[in-house]
Design a protein around this ligand. Sequence first.
Ligand code: SF4
Length: 329
Amino acid sequence: MKQVRASLGTLAVLGMELMLMDAPPTTAYLQIYTEQRCRANCLFCSQASDSEGELKHIARGQYMPADLEEVVRRLEIAFENGYLHRACIQTAMYPGMWKDTMYLIRRIRDTCNIPVSLSVFPLDDPKYHTLAGMGVDQLVIPLDASTPELFHRIKGKEAGSPFTWDSHMDGLTRAAAVFPHVGTHIIVGMGETDKEVVELVGRLHGMGINTALFAYTRLPGTRAVDVADAAPDIGHYRRVQIASYLVRHDLVRLDDMEFEGGDLTHFGLDGHELESIIEMGEAFMTTGCTNCNRPYATETHNPVYNYPVAPCGSEIDTIKRQIKNEIEM
Ligand code: SF4
């Protein structure tokens, strides 16, 4: 029996797991199955080669082994009935990774037309064309870090990992020439400043590359990424969310924002405009591929960093309090 990993929430939507959910996933979160550790060695990752963490963990998500054919059969039903709108395939670096990735995509493609995202490290152009030809519409290469220095330390040479900032940026640039949509992941809360995240989001936006924000989550068995090594400061996360939203929607130019010591002090909008953006709530929702809501992937219910559904009422009041403590509105 060929296996695939699927998040508990995904298995629950597919009717293969019993779980109460206040915000079910709208994307099927899958990972190619292996019992090997990844050959890369990112400090924050439970599957890393030097990690002592469990292979089932991707951030707070528990990706359980399941029967691949049964998952794909039910995925078609869930897609046709509007429960799931995308399939997200996470990978890892090990011999056989490409064969396993090809097999899973082909089985999904043979069964239904659900849009497919693939989250992977940089690949060569012929592989990109093969993936695009198989209908992968969103290719994601996680940078995870907001600066080359941080990248080097948490998932580059200093971490005992084969990745470099330049090869990842090159991988993203080449992918942007092949796929309709290209994205990356940025983990917030590893010691970077507001300015460093927002500048990177702005640069990538200028290249047509989408950014998904994740809140740093320390997992059992992983190595510390930062002295603080705690959950991200909520003020920092909210400022980065708003600024990224304004940049991604071309509502404000980076040059119109103000920073002091790396902290964002003015969004380049007057108070009323900013207040109405905040009240809309969209800026605080999960970002990434279309229909990716990653419910509680990097948070519990307090605080919620990425809202899987649009925040409203008292949640907006909470958000305002989180921001007001930090910035002149
Ligand atoms: S943004 Fe979401 S759907 Fe896209 S690759 Fe990342 S986790 Fe998957």
